[in-house]
Structure formats: structure tokens, C-alpha cells
Design a protein around this ligand. Structure first.
Ligand SMILES: Cc1cc2nc3c(=O)[nH]c(=O)nc-3n(C[C@H](O)[C@H](O)[C@H](O)COP(=O)(O)OP(=O)(O)OC[C@H]3O[C@@H](n4cnc5c(N)ncnc54)[C@H](O)[C@@H]3O)c2cc1C
Length: 409
């Protein structure tokens, strides 16, 4: 497939990609001369998006959330725009030739398509080792993984979860409340759940008193927390990650030499950026995220009109609220660069819009359906506010506007 339009290609159909596409279609394309010559192309291996933060609860049962709000069709969300300006491509970016400004897409139909871009936005996010906690492939695969877990749960007596960040803490809390009830303890729990973290405490982004409170709330749901404990090996090595090994009995060796055998192993140990299709010269050597100008969101190493946002980028810490704050900056700078590219004088289009990450303590962590810990804008907030904002429905009240574009009106 070829196109004679000026392609604004957005790779990745989640918080970063969908938000950027809506913003550009609403606020950039209509302001360009010859607007019919521009086409926003959104590339995603999944035709649906999922409200990812809801995964720790959603994985338990379809009854946890209205499924039509948890999973939302991407093409439907963009049917509001003129078809001459928008194209959804169901596929995966497999190679970026940033010198010749071409990107190769492997389509779901098994065809391969190489497109030239006028502007490019990288929003391919990051994957968790466990397929239970996000779109490692598409929503069909995510649902299959949840089904496998749900079939295994009735026969499960022991669960080991690795990772003391919000994903591990929330998953431990949700599973333990579901399996052991709201009032339990590690010694009486029907299903023994152990959460292991290599750090000295849980939730390193929050103050120590909130981490201690989280550990105490988990204990009251029956979860044993092991801090300063690193998983050094797992047997079988693919346990908890690959399709066929998702629910196998696993023996975990810890750095103090102890071994724990569990019926289920869930690795919630951070994420890996989905940047394998990019040249290594574009990536941060340490964490393989796209080296991005944190003020302008441009990828300065690639040549003109290339940007990155979200968990694949070094622009900020990985979080939805950072993406929401960055989208208007990205949109304004894309608009500015496109106007200059079509001949407008720099002095008439204004300067760059600048992004600045809010570095204050800010994270909300539900622990079961009624409790939680958190801080916002540097202030500790009460558990019931954590429940109200997040624990009640895991942001379902808020994400609909991101998917539909209302948030960016
Ligand atoms: C369990 C869990 C709970 C969380 N809770 C919160 C929370 O409460 N608050 C908060 O702010 N943040 C939370 N986060 C973090 C938040 O989910 C991420 O910051 C957010 O999802 C990042 O969005 P993104 O668009 O950058 O990428 P992702 O959501 O990772 O999505 C990337 C998309 O790109 C696609 N993709 C990947 N590779 C390619 C390719 N080569 N070509 C095309 N498409 C590709 C993927 O299929 C996916 O659809 C949580 C994360 C997890 C795992």
C-alpha cells in the first residue's frame, strides 16, 4: 500500500498514541494549509485498547468491570474524523529507517508495508514480563491469558509475585482479597500469597510511612511480604511469562539461597520498552527507551519532525498522568514544525511549547477493593480518597474521555 499524502505516522495505540492522534486531528490538521493532503496513520497490533491500570483487578473475572468500558475499539473512536485525514493500520512496526524517513509495518493480514513519513510519533510503550498486565500482543491474547489464570485459580494454593512496585502490590492485594477475603493474615490465609521485592521496602516512589502502611494492609489481606529479597532464578525459566508456562508450578530461588515453590508465579518486575524496531543509536544505553528531548518531546537524533511520548520514551517517568500532561506540548510542537515545513516563517508560528515533569511525590495504590495508599502533588492522601479516585474503578471514570478524544476537545 502506498499513499501520496503527507503521513503523520503514530506508532502504538494506547495512552500516548491514541491521545496524540486525537490531539493532532483536532488541533493541528485543521490549522494546516491544504489540510486534505495530511493523513494521520495510527499503527497498533491490537484493534482495541485496554485500560491498563485496571489489569490487576480485571484479570480475576469479567464481572469486575463493564467489559465494553475496559476494552474499547480504536477504529470506532476515530470514526468521527474525515476518512481523508485518518487511517488505522492493524499491524506492528518492525523497522524504522530514520535516515530515509521510512517505517516498515507488518500488517495483521501478513502483508508488509513500508511507508514514508512526514512526521512520526513513537508511542509503543513498554511490556511487562507477565502477559496478564498489559498488551504484550493484542486484547485477544490478553483475554486468553486471563482465562488461563482464572482456570488455574480454583486449584491454586500458593502464589508468588515478584516486584514491589504498584503492579506487584496491586496484583497481590486484589488476588488475596478475592481468594482469602477482606480479613485474613499470612498464617491463616487459604491461599498463601508471597510478594517478593529486592528493595528495602515496597513502593519506592512513595515515602517510607506509606510503604509501611501498604505492607500492613497487604498483611491484613493475607499476603506475606519479603523485602530485601531478590529472585535469582526461576524454574522453569519461562514461568509466568510465556503462553504455555503462564500457570505452571514454579520453583523460585532467592538471593539468600532459599527456594520457594508456588503453584503460580507472577513476574511484576518492571517493564521493557517496546523499542526493538529502532536503531540502537536512538536509544538510551541503560534502559533502551527512546532518547527524547524532555522539554520539546522531539527525538533530536532522528532528523526533523520525530517525537516520542509515553513509556517507550525517556521524556519522563512512566505514568498515564505524565502522558496526559505531555500531549498538549507534543501537539503544539508538531503543529509548529508542520507549519514551518510548509513554508511559514518561524517568527509567525511562535516558540516551542515546553514540557516539565511534575517531580512531586504522586502515586495512588489501591490495596483490595476498599483500601489503599497514595500521595498527590507531594501530599499524602487518605485511603478513602485513593479508593474514590482509583480503587473504586481503576480510573474507568476517566479513561473513556481519553479513548473518545473528549479529553482533547
Ligand atoms: C499493572 C499496571 C498498573 C498501572 N497503573 C497506573 C496508574 O494507576 N496510574 C498511572 O499513571 N500509570 C499506571 N501504570 C502505567 C501506565 O499503564 C503506563 O504509563 C501507560 O500504559 C503507558 O502508555 P503508553 O501509551 O506509553 O504505552 P502502553 O500502554 O505500554 O501501550 C503501548 C502500545 O503500543 C503497542 N506496540 C508495541 N510495540 C509496537 C510496535 N512495534 N508497533 C506498533 N505498536 C506497538 C502495544 O501493543 C500497546 O498497545 C500502570 C502500569 C501497569 C503495568
Amino acid at each position: 500500500m502506498s499513499t501520496d499524502k503527507k503521513n503523520i505516522i503514530i506508532v502504538g495505540g494506547s495512552y500516548g498514541g491514541i491521545s496524540s492522534a486525537h490531539h493532532i486531528l483536532k488541533h493541528t490538521v485543521p490549522q494546516l494549509p491544504d489540510k486534505t493532503t495530511y493523513q494521520v496513520i495510527l499503527v497498533s497490533p491490537s484493534t482495541e485498547v485496554v485500560n491498563r491500570p485496571a489489569c490487576p483487578r480485571a484479570l480475576i473475572s469479567d464481572d469486575m468491570f463493564p467489559q465494553d468500558k475496559l476494552f474499547v475499539s480504536i477504529p470506532k473512536s476515530f470514526s468521527q474524523y474525515p476518512s481523508e485525514n485518518f487511517l488505522f493500520l492493524h499491524g506492528t512496526a518492525t523497522n524504522l529507517d530514520h535516515t530515509n524517513r521510512q517505517i516498515t509495518i507488518s500488517l495483521a493480514t501478513n502483508e508488509t508495508n513500508t511507508l514514508t513519513y512526514h512526521a512520526l510519533i513513537l508511542a509503543t510503550g513498554a511490556s511487562t514480563p507477565s502477559p496478564l498486565l498489559g498488551l504484550t500482543k493484542d486484547t485477544t491474547f490478553l483475554r486468553q491469558s486471563w482465562t488461563a489464570l482464572r482456570q488455574a485459580l480454583p486449584h491454586t494454593k500458593t502464589i508468588l509475585i515478584a516486584g514491589g512496585g504498584p503492579a506487584g502490590v496491586e496484583t497481590a492485594g486484589e488476588l488475596s482479597e478475592h481468594l482469602n477475603g477482606r480479613s485474613s493474615s499470612p498464617s491463616t490465609a487459604k491461599v498463601r500469597i508471597t510478594l517478593v521485592t529486592s528493595g528495602p521496602r515496597l513502593l519506592p516512589q512513595l515515602r517510607p510511612s506509606l510503604a509501611a502502611r501498604a505492607q500492613s494492609l497487604l498483611s491484613k489481606l493475607g499476603v506475606t511480604v519479603l523485602t530485601n529479597t531478590r529472585v535469582v532464578s526461576i524454574d522453569p525459566p519461562a514461568a509466568g511469562a510465556a503462553d504455555t508456562h503462564l500457570t505452571v508450578p514454579t520453583t523460585v530461588t532467592l538471593d539468600d539461597g532459599r527456594t520457594i515453590t508456588a503453584d503460580l508465579y507472577i513476574p511484576a518486575t518492571g517493564t521493557t520498552p517496546n523499542t526493538g524496531f529502532l536503531d540502537a543509536s536512538l536509544l538510551n544505553a541503560d534502559d533502551k527507551r527512546v532518547e527524547t528531548n524532555p522539554s520539546t518531546l522531539r527525538v533530536d537524533r532522528t532528523g526533523a519532525r520525530v517525537y516520542a511520548i509515553g513509556d517507550c520514551s525517556t521524556y519522563a517517568r512512566p505514568a498515564v498522568h505524565n502522558i496526559v500532561a505531555a500531549v498538549p506540548v507534543l501537539g503544539a510542537n508538531v503543529r509548529r514544525d508542520l507549519l514551518i515545513a510548509c513554508g511559514k516563517d518561524e517568527s509567525t508560528v511562535g516558540g516551542d511549547k515546553i514540557f516539565k515533569e511534575d517531580m512531586r511525590e504522586g502515586q495512588l495504590v489501591p490495596i483490595g477493593k476498599s483500601k489503599g495508599v497514595g500521595a498527590l502533588m507531594g501530599y499524602k492522601i487518605p485511603g478513602f480518597v485513593v479508593w474514590l479516585m482509583k480503587g473504586r474503578d481503576y480510573w474507568m471514570w476517566m479513561v473513556g474521555g481519553i479513548w473518545s478524544g473528549k479529553q482533547w476537545a
